[in-house]
Design a protein around this ligand. Structure first.
Ligand code: FES
Length: 158
């Protein structure tokens, strides 16, 4: 029988990158999936001038795929601007992981939602900054995903 998880998923699950919580975070994203009960907290440090993510950590109470997705997504957005970070979709996370089984695709959505929620929180703390329309758009798109279903825009991977 073919292994359920790629070597990359197992590697990130065993040795997750950026795990923990930033004490004096500039943005916090708390998301969860009501169906499986998994929870994820993303904390960010942001350089206000360039709006670049200078540090990021995650705490995930969830399955191995959610932990591996958190690890990969935090690696991907570190050093990126908030705008660039918002362009990273769960599809990119899945590709980066070398695929996820279809029943586990929602775990990668949680990672995308966590980043978007932390970015929204960052803007919420800065009344001097305008929330870019992309942030609002992305959040409403992510909030409309039915957690009972595999996200429609994803092809089953690997
Ligand atoms: S099973 Fe729910 S996030 Fe993985």
């Amino acid at each position: 029988m073919a292994p359920m998880y790629s070597e990359k998923v197992l590697e990130h699950f065993r040795n997750p990158h950026n795990m923990g919580e930033i004490e004096d975070a500039d943005g916090i994203g708390d998301v969860g999936n009501p169906v499986c009960g998994d929870l994820m907290r993303i904390t960010l440090k942001v350089d206000d001038g360039t709006e670049t993510i200078t540090d990021i950590k995650f705490k995930t109470f969830g399955c191995g795929a959610a932990i591996a997705s958190s690890s990969v997504v935090t690696d991907l957005v570190k050093g990126k601007t908030l705008r660039e970070a918002l362009e990273i979709s769960n599809k990119t996370v899945v590709e980066e992981l070398g695929g996820l089984p279809p029943v586990k695709l929602h775990c990668s959505v949680l990672a995308e939602q966590g980043i978007a929620a932390a970015i929204r929180d960052y803007y919420g703390r800065h009344s001097d900054k305008q929330i870019p329309p992309q942030v609002q758009e992305k959040l409403s798109k992510l909030e409309s995903i039915d957690p009972h279903q595999t996200p429609g825009d994803l092809e089953p991977q690997g």
